[in-house]
Design a protein around this ligand. Structure first.
Ligand SMILES: Cc1cc2nc3c(=O)[nH]c(=O)nc-3n(C[C@H](O)[C@H](O)[C@H](O)COP(=O)(O)OP(=O)(O)OC[C@H]3O[C@@H](n4cnc5c(N)ncnc54)[C@H](O)[C@@H]3O)c2cc1C
Length: 312
Protein backbone atom coordinates (compact mmCIF):
# COMPACT_ATOMS: atom_id res chain seq x y z
CA UNK A 1 0.00 0.00 0.00
CA UNK A 2 1.34 3.41 -0.92
CA UNK A 3 0.32 6.97 -1.82
CA UNK A 4 -3.03 8.33 -0.64
CA UNK A 5 -4.08 5.02 0.90
CA UNK A 6 -0.99 4.77 3.09
CA UNK A 7 -1.55 8.34 4.20
CA UNK A 8 -5.22 7.58 4.71
CA UNK A 9 -4.63 4.48 6.81
CA UNK A 10 -2.82 6.52 9.40
CA UNK A 11 -5.85 8.82 9.79
CA UNK A 12 -9.02 6.75 9.67
CA UNK A 13 -12.12 8.59 10.92
CA UNK A 14 -12.49 8.81 14.69
CA UNK A 15 -14.55 5.93 16.04
CA UNK A 16 -14.17 3.91 12.85
CA UNK A 17 -10.73 2.37 13.39
CA UNK A 18 -12.28 -1.03 13.86
CA UNK A 19 -11.28 -4.60 13.16
CA UNK A 20 -13.65 -4.38 10.19
CA UNK A 21 -11.12 -2.27 8.29
CA UNK A 22 -8.82 -4.55 6.34
CA UNK A 23 -5.71 -3.83 4.33
CA UNK A 24 -4.81 -5.56 1.09
CA UNK A 25 -8.04 -7.54 0.93
CA UNK A 26 -7.88 -9.97 -2.04
CA UNK A 27 -10.78 -9.07 -4.30
CA UNK A 28 -10.77 -12.41 -6.10
CA UNK A 29 -12.65 -13.58 -3.00
CA UNK A 30 -15.38 -11.04 -3.61
CA UNK A 31 -16.03 -11.45 -7.34
CA UNK A 32 -17.92 -14.17 -9.21
CA UNK A 33 -15.10 -14.26 -11.81
CA UNK A 34 -12.67 -15.12 -9.00
CA UNK A 35 -9.97 -12.78 -10.29
CA UNK A 36 -8.60 -9.49 -8.98
CA UNK A 37 -5.76 -8.21 -6.84
CA UNK A 38 -6.06 -6.57 -3.42
CA UNK A 39 -8.05 -3.56 -2.26
CA UNK A 40 -5.69 -1.17 -0.43
CA UNK A 41 -8.38 -0.58 2.20
CA UNK A 42 -11.58 -2.56 2.53
CA UNK A 43 -14.45 -2.01 4.91
CA UNK A 44 -17.96 -3.34 5.32
CA UNK A 45 -20.30 -0.63 6.60
CA UNK A 46 -23.48 -1.21 8.58
CA UNK A 47 -25.23 2.15 8.82
CA UNK A 48 -25.91 5.23 6.69
CA UNK A 49 -23.88 7.27 9.17
CA UNK A 50 -20.88 4.98 8.91
CA UNK A 51 -21.12 5.05 5.13
CA UNK A 52 -21.47 8.84 5.06
CA UNK A 53 -18.52 9.28 7.41
CA UNK A 54 -16.27 7.14 5.24
CA UNK A 55 -17.32 8.87 2.04
CA UNK A 56 -16.84 12.36 3.45
CA UNK A 57 -13.52 11.33 4.99
CA UNK A 58 -12.23 9.89 1.71
CA UNK A 59 -13.35 12.95 -0.24
CA UNK A 60 -11.55 15.34 2.08
CA UNK A 61 -8.34 13.36 1.57
CA UNK A 62 -8.68 12.67 -2.16
CA UNK A 63 -8.81 8.93 -1.50
CA UNK A 64 -10.82 7.21 -4.23
CA UNK A 65 -13.82 5.11 -3.16
CA UNK A 66 -15.17 2.04 -4.90
CA UNK A 67 -18.50 0.54 -3.86
CA UNK A 68 -18.54 -3.23 -4.24
CA UNK A 69 -21.85 -5.05 -4.56
CA UNK A 70 -21.98 -8.81 -5.11
CA UNK A 71 -19.05 -8.58 -7.55
CA UNK A 72 -20.98 -10.45 -10.28
CA UNK A 73 -20.55 -7.89 -13.05
CA UNK A 74 -16.91 -7.03 -12.48
CA UNK A 75 -13.46 -7.94 -13.62
CA UNK A 76 -10.97 -6.47 -11.15
CA UNK A 77 -7.43 -5.95 -12.46
CA UNK A 78 -4.57 -8.10 -11.11
CA UNK A 79 -3.11 -4.98 -9.47
CA UNK A 80 -6.23 -4.57 -7.32
CA UNK A 81 -8.03 -1.35 -6.37
CA UNK A 82 -6.28 1.72 -4.99
CA UNK A 83 -7.88 3.65 -2.15
CA UNK A 84 -10.95 2.53 -0.24
CA UNK A 85 -13.35 -0.24 -1.24
CA UNK A 86 -16.63 -0.20 0.66
CA UNK A 87 -19.24 -2.93 0.88
CA UNK A 88 -22.71 -2.65 2.39
CA UNK A 89 -23.18 -5.03 5.32
CA UNK A 90 -26.16 -7.14 6.37
CA UNK A 91 -28.21 -4.32 7.90
CA UNK A 92 -28.52 -2.98 4.35
CA UNK A 93 -30.21 -6.19 3.21
CA UNK A 94 -33.56 -5.68 4.94
CA UNK A 95 -36.95 -5.39 3.27
CA UNK A 96 -40.02 -3.46 4.30
CA UNK A 97 -43.27 -4.51 2.55
CA UNK A 98 -46.42 -2.32 2.39
CA UNK A 99 -49.20 -4.29 0.71
CA UNK A 100 -52.44 -2.54 -0.23
CA UNK A 101 -55.10 -4.19 -2.41
CA UNK A 102 -53.42 -5.41 -5.58
CA UNK A 103 -50.27 -3.37 -5.14
CA UNK A 104 -47.15 -3.52 -3.04
CA UNK A 105 -44.59 -0.88 -2.27
CA UNK A 106 -41.34 -2.31 -1.02
CA UNK A 107 -38.28 -0.63 0.39
CA UNK A 108 -35.48 -3.11 -0.18
CA UNK A 109 -31.94 -2.60 1.08
CA UNK A 110 -29.30 -2.37 -1.64
CA UNK A 111 -27.30 -5.28 -0.21
CA UNK A 112 -30.26 -7.68 -0.47
CA UNK A 113 -29.60 -10.75 -2.55
CA UNK A 114 -31.24 -10.14 -5.94
CA UNK A 115 -32.20 -13.78 -6.60
CA UNK A 116 -33.76 -14.21 -3.17
CA UNK A 117 -35.69 -10.96 -3.43
CA UNK A 118 -37.18 -12.03 -6.78
CA UNK A 119 -38.25 -15.38 -5.31
CA UNK A 120 -39.83 -13.52 -2.38
CA UNK A 121 -41.89 -11.27 -4.71
CA UNK A 122 -43.13 -14.32 -6.63
CA UNK A 123 -43.95 -16.24 -3.44
CA UNK A 124 -46.08 -13.30 -2.32
CA UNK A 125 -47.85 -13.26 -5.69
CA UNK A 126 -46.44 -10.05 -7.17
CA UNK A 127 -45.35 -9.62 -10.76
CA UNK A 128 -42.82 -7.20 -12.24
CA UNK A 129 -39.54 -8.93 -11.50
CA UNK A 130 -40.03 -12.37 -13.09
CA UNK A 131 -37.55 -11.40 -15.82
CA UNK A 132 -34.82 -11.22 -13.18
CA UNK A 133 -35.24 -14.78 -11.97
CA UNK A 134 -31.72 -16.13 -11.55
CA UNK A 135 -29.73 -12.85 -11.82
CA UNK A 136 -27.02 -13.04 -9.13
CA UNK A 137 -25.53 -10.22 -7.06
CA UNK A 138 -27.20 -7.56 -4.95
CA UNK A 139 -30.29 -5.58 -5.83
CA UNK A 140 -28.21 -2.39 -5.49
CA UNK A 141 -25.80 -3.63 -8.16
CA UNK A 142 -28.87 -4.64 -10.16
CA UNK A 143 -30.22 -1.10 -10.25
CA UNK A 144 -26.84 0.46 -11.02
CA UNK A 145 -26.45 -1.93 -13.96
CA UNK A 146 -30.14 -1.61 -14.90
CA UNK A 147 -29.96 -5.40 -14.94
CA UNK A 148 -32.37 -7.04 -17.29
CA UNK A 149 -33.30 -10.14 -19.22
CA UNK A 150 -36.04 -11.44 -21.53
CA UNK A 151 -37.49 -7.98 -22.22
CA UNK A 152 -37.60 -6.65 -18.64
CA UNK A 153 -35.22 -4.40 -16.72
CA UNK A 154 -34.86 -2.87 -13.28
CA UNK A 155 -35.83 0.63 -14.42
CA UNK A 156 -39.39 -0.67 -15.00
CA UNK A 157 -40.08 -1.20 -11.30
CA UNK A 158 -38.03 1.39 -9.43
CA UNK A 159 -39.93 4.36 -7.96
CA UNK A 160 -37.04 5.96 -6.11
CA UNK A 161 -33.55 5.35 -4.78
CA UNK A 162 -32.24 6.20 -1.36
CA UNK A 163 -28.57 6.69 -0.80
CA UNK A 164 -25.62 8.76 0.28
CA UNK A 165 -24.06 11.40 -1.98
CA UNK A 166 -20.43 12.29 -2.51
CA UNK A 167 -20.50 14.68 0.47
CA UNK A 168 -21.72 11.88 2.74
CA UNK A 169 -25.29 13.28 2.92
CA UNK A 170 -28.41 11.08 2.74
CA UNK A 171 -30.54 11.73 -0.35
CA UNK A 172 -33.63 10.37 -2.10
CA UNK A 173 -33.77 10.34 -5.90
CA UNK A 174 -37.29 9.90 -7.35
CA UNK A 175 -37.68 8.03 -10.65
CA UNK A 176 -38.23 11.38 -12.45
CA UNK A 177 -34.54 12.09 -11.74
CA UNK A 178 -33.29 8.67 -12.82
CA UNK A 179 -32.09 8.07 -16.39
CA UNK A 180 -32.04 4.35 -17.15
CA UNK A 181 -30.64 3.01 -20.42
CA UNK A 182 -29.38 -0.37 -21.63
CA UNK A 183 -27.43 -1.84 -18.67
CA UNK A 184 -26.77 1.63 -17.33
CA UNK A 185 -28.15 4.15 -14.87
CA UNK A 186 -26.94 7.75 -14.80
CA UNK A 187 -26.42 8.78 -11.20
CA UNK A 188 -24.70 11.76 -9.60
CA UNK A 189 -20.97 11.00 -9.32
CA UNK A 190 -20.09 9.00 -6.20
CA UNK A 191 -23.72 8.32 -5.22
CA UNK A 192 -24.06 5.09 -3.21
CA UNK A 193 -27.48 3.43 -3.31
CA UNK A 194 -28.55 2.16 0.10
CA UNK A 195 -32.16 1.18 -0.69
CA UNK A 196 -34.64 0.95 -3.55
CA UNK A 197 -38.32 1.84 -3.45
CA UNK A 198 -40.08 -0.61 -5.72
CA UNK A 199 -43.69 -0.75 -6.94
CA UNK A 200 -45.17 -4.16 -7.78
CA UNK A 201 -48.60 -5.39 -8.88
CA UNK A 202 -50.33 -8.57 -7.84
CA UNK A 203 -50.48 -11.17 -10.60
CA UNK A 204 -51.84 -14.64 -11.21
CA UNK A 205 -49.52 -16.97 -9.29
CA UNK A 206 -49.61 -19.69 -11.97
CA UNK A 207 -48.76 -17.22 -14.72
CA UNK A 208 -45.93 -15.72 -12.66
CA UNK A 209 -44.56 -19.16 -11.80
CA UNK A 210 -44.69 -20.18 -15.47
CA UNK A 211 -42.83 -17.01 -16.56
CA UNK A 212 -40.17 -17.55 -13.91
CA UNK A 213 -39.80 -21.22 -14.90
CA UNK A 214 -39.43 -20.17 -18.53
CA UNK A 215 -36.69 -17.67 -17.64
CA UNK A 216 -34.95 -20.33 -15.52
CA UNK A 217 -35.09 -22.89 -18.32
CA UNK A 218 -33.66 -20.44 -20.91
CA UNK A 219 -30.86 -19.52 -18.50
CA UNK A 220 -30.06 -23.18 -17.83
CA UNK A 221 -30.02 -24.01 -21.54
CA UNK A 222 -27.87 -21.12 -22.80
CA UNK A 223 -25.56 -20.07 -20.00
CA UNK A 224 -22.40 -21.85 -18.96
CA UNK A 225 -22.50 -23.49 -15.58
CA UNK A 226 -19.67 -24.88 -13.52
CA UNK A 227 -16.98 -22.24 -14.09
CA UNK A 228 -16.67 -18.77 -12.51
CA UNK A 229 -17.85 -15.95 -14.78
CA UNK A 230 -19.34 -12.45 -14.71
CA UNK A 231 -22.37 -12.94 -16.95
CA UNK A 232 -22.51 -11.36 -20.41
CA UNK A 233 -19.17 -9.77 -21.26
CA UNK A 234 -20.49 -7.50 -24.05
CA UNK A 235 -23.63 -5.51 -24.60
CA UNK A 236 -25.68 -6.70 -27.55
CA UNK A 237 -25.27 -4.22 -30.43
CA UNK A 238 -28.54 -2.82 -31.85
CA UNK A 239 -30.37 -5.53 -33.80
CA UNK A 240 -27.82 -8.25 -33.14
CA UNK A 241 -26.29 -10.45 -30.47
CA UNK A 242 -22.70 -10.16 -29.27
CA UNK A 243 -22.51 -13.93 -28.79
CA UNK A 244 -23.58 -14.56 -32.41
CA UNK A 245 -20.92 -12.16 -33.75
CA UNK A 246 -18.16 -13.70 -31.63
CA UNK A 247 -19.13 -17.15 -32.79
CA UNK A 248 -19.17 -15.98 -36.45
CA UNK A 249 -15.56 -14.71 -36.20
CA UNK A 250 -14.48 -18.09 -34.89
CA UNK A 251 -13.60 -17.17 -31.31
CA UNK A 252 -15.94 -19.50 -29.47
CA UNK A 253 -13.77 -21.67 -27.22
CA UNK A 254 -10.71 -19.37 -27.65
CA UNK A 255 -8.41 -19.62 -24.64
CA UNK A 256 -5.75 -17.35 -23.10
CA UNK A 257 -4.07 -18.64 -19.94
CA UNK A 258 -6.81 -19.76 -17.57
CA UNK A 259 -9.61 -17.82 -19.30
CA UNK A 260 -11.77 -19.10 -22.11
CA UNK A 261 -14.60 -17.78 -24.29
CA UNK A 262 -17.27 -20.22 -23.29
CA UNK A 263 -17.80 -23.02 -25.81
CA UNK A 264 -21.43 -23.00 -24.65
CA UNK A 265 -22.21 -19.29 -25.08
CA UNK A 266 -19.68 -17.02 -26.81
CA UNK A 267 -20.73 -13.91 -24.85
CA UNK A 268 -19.39 -15.44 -21.64
CA UNK A 269 -15.76 -15.67 -20.56
CA UNK A 270 -15.18 -18.40 -18.03
CA UNK A 271 -12.36 -18.84 -15.57
CA UNK A 272 -11.40 -22.42 -16.32
CA UNK A 273 -8.06 -22.61 -14.52
CA UNK A 274 -6.81 -19.89 -12.17
CA UNK A 275 -7.21 -17.12 -14.75
CA UNK A 276 -5.59 -13.74 -14.25
CA UNK A 277 -7.49 -10.57 -15.09
CA UNK A 278 -4.83 -10.02 -17.77
CA UNK A 279 -5.92 -13.25 -19.52
CA UNK A 280 -9.48 -11.94 -19.62
CA UNK A 281 -8.29 -8.54 -20.85
CA UNK A 282 -6.34 -10.13 -23.72
CA UNK A 283 -9.35 -12.23 -24.71
CA UNK A 284 -11.56 -9.13 -24.65
CA UNK A 285 -9.12 -7.09 -26.76
CA UNK A 286 -8.85 -9.94 -29.25
CA UNK A 287 -12.63 -10.26 -29.45
CA UNK A 288 -13.26 -6.55 -29.94
CA UNK A 289 -10.57 -6.30 -32.64
CA UNK A 290 -11.69 -9.40 -34.55
CA UNK A 291 -15.39 -8.48 -34.50
CA UNK A 292 -14.51 -4.95 -35.65
CA UNK A 293 -12.23 -6.12 -38.45
CA UNK A 294 -14.50 -8.85 -39.77
CA UNK A 295 -17.98 -7.52 -38.97
CA UNK A 296 -17.55 -3.75 -38.61
CA UNK A 297 -19.16 -3.73 -35.17
CA UNK A 298 -17.42 -2.11 -32.18
CA UNK A 299 -18.48 -4.11 -29.15
CA UNK A 300 -19.04 -2.34 -25.85
CA UNK A 301 -18.24 -4.07 -22.59
CA UNK A 302 -21.14 -4.91 -20.29
CA UNK A 303 -18.81 -6.14 -17.53
CA UNK A 304 -17.04 -3.38 -15.67
CA UNK A 305 -13.25 -3.44 -15.77
CA UNK A 306 -12.17 -1.99 -12.46
CA UNK A 307 -8.90 -1.18 -10.73
CA UNK A 308 -5.27 -1.45 -11.70
CA UNK A 309 -4.57 -3.43 -14.90
CA UNK A 310 -0.97 -2.43 -15.59
CA UNK A 311 0.31 -3.08 -19.10
CA UNK A 312 -0.91 -6.00 -21.13
C1 LIG B 1 -24.08 -16.22 -14.08
C2 LIG B 1 -24.44 -14.77 -14.25
C3 LIG B 1 -25.61 -14.42 -14.91
C4 LIG B 1 -25.96 -13.07 -15.06
N1 LIG B 1 -27.11 -12.77 -15.73
C5 LIG B 1 -27.45 -11.46 -15.90
C6 LIG B 1 -28.66 -11.12 -16.60
O1 LIG B 1 -29.43 -11.96 -17.03
N2 LIG B 1 -28.93 -9.81 -16.77
C7 LIG B 1 -28.11 -8.82 -16.30
O2 LIG B 1 -28.42 -7.64 -16.46
N3 LIG B 1 -26.96 -9.13 -15.63
C8 LIG B 1 -26.62 -10.41 -15.42
N4 LIG B 1 -25.46 -10.73 -14.76
C9 LIG B 1 -24.56 -9.65 -14.30
C10 LIG B 1 -24.77 -9.22 -12.83
O3 LIG B 1 -25.27 -10.28 -12.08
C11 LIG B 1 -25.73 -8.04 -12.68
O4 LIG B 1 -25.26 -6.92 -13.40
C12 LIG B 1 -25.91 -7.67 -11.22
O5 LIG B 1 -27.06 -6.90 -11.10
C13 LIG B 1 -24.70 -6.95 -10.63
O6 LIG B 1 -24.90 -6.80 -9.22
P1 LIG B 1 -23.70 -6.86 -8.19
O7 LIG B 1 -24.25 -6.61 -6.83
O8 LIG B 1 -22.93 -8.11 -8.35
O9 LIG B 1 -22.85 -5.60 -8.65
P2 LIG B 1 -21.25 -5.49 -8.76
O10 LIG B 1 -20.79 -6.38 -9.86
O11 LIG B 1 -20.61 -5.62 -7.45
O12 LIG B 1 -21.11 -3.95 -9.23
C14 LIG B 1 -21.56 -3.53 -10.49
C15 LIG B 1 -21.47 -1.98 -10.50
O13 LIG B 1 -22.45 -1.45 -9.61
C16 LIG B 1 -21.82 -0.61 -8.62
N5 LIG B 1 -22.59 -0.81 -7.39
C17 LIG B 1 -22.93 -1.99 -6.80
N6 LIG B 1 -23.70 -1.75 -5.74
C18 LIG B 1 -23.82 -0.41 -5.63
C19 LIG B 1 -24.50 0.46 -4.71
N7 LIG B 1 -25.22 -0.02 -3.69
N8 LIG B 1 -24.41 1.80 -4.90
C20 LIG B 1 -23.66 2.31 -5.92
N9 LIG B 1 -23.00 1.54 -6.81
C21 LIG B 1 -23.10 0.21 -6.67
C22 LIG B 1 -20.39 -1.09 -8.54
O14 LIG B 1 -19.56 -0.04 -8.07
C23 LIG B 1 -20.13 -1.45 -10.00
O15 LIG B 1 -19.84 -0.27 -10.73
C24 LIG B 1 -25.11 -12.07 -14.56
C25 LIG B 1 -23.92 -12.42 -13.88
C26 LIG B 1 -23.59 -13.76 -13.72
C27 LIG B 1 -22.34 -14.13 -12.99
Amino acid sequence: MSGPAAFAMSRVPPGIETPKLRRDEPLARHTSMRVGGPADLFCEVDTDEELGTWIAWARQRSVSVFLLGGGTNLVVGDGGIRGLTLKLGRPFAQCDWREEGTEARVVVGAAANFKRFVVDTLDRGYGGLEFAEGIPGTIGGGVIMNAGAFGGEMGDVVEALRGVDIDGQSRRLPSSELRFSYRHLDLPRGFVVTALEIHLHRGDRDVLAARAADARAKRGKHQPVGHPNAGSVWKNPPGDFAGRLIQKVGLRGERVGGAQISPQHANFIVNVDKARAADIGILMDRTRDRVWEERGVWLQAEVKLIGDWGLR
